[in-house]
Design a protein around this ligand. Structure first.
Ligand code: UD1
Ligand code: MG
Length: 448
């Protein structure tokens, strides 16, 4: 690829079969809207301009694709009409223009590059990505010249004659155009066909009639999956998860049971990370080398350092930063908190809006009471501090380095460095009271 590349993403469909208030292409796979998968794949090819064709009244979609410009297609008159909705953005482009469907999130950058390269190589007017499904029904058929193998036409399913219907080489929908020809080609397309639509696929015939060549490039069917329904969304998710798991393993992470680990498109796992079964990585997670994520943990928008020990059953919520060698154990929830190097929060705790200094130890059942019903307040725990089990730290709290909080304390305000704080009620002991109580109750009730 040496010429410039621009991209038009078709995202105008509402996707009625999704039965959703969201535009179809806003539905997520691997934690990212489908439309952004498509845009990000094109970005890997250094696209100079990406334009998105949207339907009327889709503000969330416009926001999700920003800063890329959007063009509204008001009436859905066909795929050629949809691309021409972006005509103002196409004017004056040179090189390649790739047309992608926003509801087809599985095409890889490598595949798109192969298509663009093939177009450039022969300076073809149009290049089309084709695939060979078992059942070609419903797809446009790619008609190729028996001698040269060149693409001569795309015939939509509804327009096929009996012989064409048997062709199993099909249009995936991804097409690459020679930018300089594109507008004239699209404007020559009419809608005299079975559906009364302006078919983008007719561009091949138009180009050929103008003496220009077209080419088809084959792609594996698995990449071509388009999502029209929730079962298809789940199918796309499954394919993407498999790819992400393989990539994570090839980059040096061990997934003990890959099929039970769910990753996001942007999950970053370091080398020699071990992920036990049933772990979910939401968007925005980075895990450093040699860290173990034990079973049934859930992480999102957080950074975990090296050699840390997370879980089992840990929940790391957005804004958590876990330092090198730190431990976050079972039934611990961390939110917007920094757990510094070597600190331990091993059991049954909630730490939110806080800093836990290096090597501090947080006892079982410790809770940061960070919310007063109106405001979130901060808890600061110094390095090497020891917080006894079942303590409630009522923020704002500032605990000095090396301080000790006795178990069961409810603490607020400031505690000096190396101090001990205890807020336990004083102990009362009445010798023999329990036995006397039982004797009395047995006599009263007659129960043994
Ligand atoms: C299209 C292709 C067909 C190909 C198939 C692959 C045409 C004419 N046909 O058929 O050759 O095999 O995809 O899945 O292109 N869209 C708009 N505005 C419109 C019409 C469509 O934005 O006016 C968008 C849709 O939201 C969708 C994409 O374009 O994302 C394809 O449209 P669709 O109606 O699914 O085309 P198919 O009939 O499936
Ligand atoms: Mg379709």
């Amino acid at each position: 690829m040496s010429l410039e590349l621009s991209v038009v993403v078709l995202a105008a469909g509402m996707g009625t079969r999704m039965k959703s208030a969201l535009p179809k292409v806003m539905h997520k796979v691997a934690g990212k809207p489908m439309v952004n998968h498509v845009i990000d794949a094109a970005a890997k090819l250094d696209a100079v301009k990406t334009m998105v064709v949207v339907g009327p009244d889709m503000p969330k979609l416009v926001e999700a694709v920003a800063p890329h410009p959007t063009f509204e297609q008001t009436d859905r008159l066909g795929t050629a009409h949809a691309v021409l909705a972006a005509k103002d953005g196409l004017l004056g482009l040179t090189g390649n223009v790739l047309v992608l469907y926003a509801d087809s999130p599985l095409f890889t950058a490598e595949t798109l590059k192969r298509l663009v390269d093939a177009r450039e190589e022969g300076d073809h007017s149009v290049a089309v990505l084709g695939f060979r499904p078992d059942d070609p029904t419903g797809y446009g058929r790619l008609v190729t010249d028996a001698k040269t193998g060149m693409l001569t036409a795309i015939v939509e399913d509804k327009e096929c004659d009996d012989a064409q219907r048997l062709i199993n080489f099909c249009n995936s929908g991804v097409m690459c155009f020679r930018a300089e020809d594109m507008i004239a080609t699209l404007e020559a397309i009419d809608n005299t066909n079975a559906k009364g639509e302006y078919y983008l696929t007719d561009a091949v015939e138009v180009a050929r009639n103008n003496g220009k060549s077209c080419v088809a490039v084959e792609v594996d069917e698995a990449e071509t999956l388009g999502v029209n329904s929730r079962p298809q969304l789940a199918a796309a998710e499954a394919i993407l998860q498999d790819r992400l798991r393989i990539t994570a393993m090839n980059e040096g992470a061990t997934l003990i049971d890959p099929a039970s680990v769910f990753l996001s498109a942007d999950t970053k796992l370091g080398r020699d990370v071990i992920v036990e079964p049933n772990v979910v990585f939401g968007p925005g997670v980075t895990v450093g080398d040699n860290t173990v994520i034990k079973a049934f943990s859930h992480l999102e928008s957080c950074v975990v350092g090296q050699g840390a020990d997370i879980g089992p059953y840990a929940r790391l919520r957005p804004g958590s930063e876990i330092g090198d060698g730190a431990k976050v154990g079972n039934f611990v929830e961390i939110k917007k908190a920094v757990i510094e190097d070597g600190a331990k929060v091993n059991h049954l705790s909630y730490i939110g809006d806080a800093r836990v200094g290096a090597k501090a130890n947080i006892g079982a059942g410790t809770i940061t009471c960070n919310y007063d019903g109106y405001r979130k307040q901060h808890t600061d725990i110094g390095a090497g501090a020891f917080i006894g089990s079942n303590s409630s730290l009522v923020a704002p709290v500032e605990i000095g380095d090396g301080a000790i909080v006795g178990a069961g304390s409810t603490v607020t305000g400031k505690i000096d460095k190396d101090a001990l704080v205890l807020t336990r009620a004083e102990r009362t002991e009445k010798p023999g009271w329990a036995a006397a109580f039982r004797d009395k109750m047995r006599a009263l009730t007659g129960k043994k």
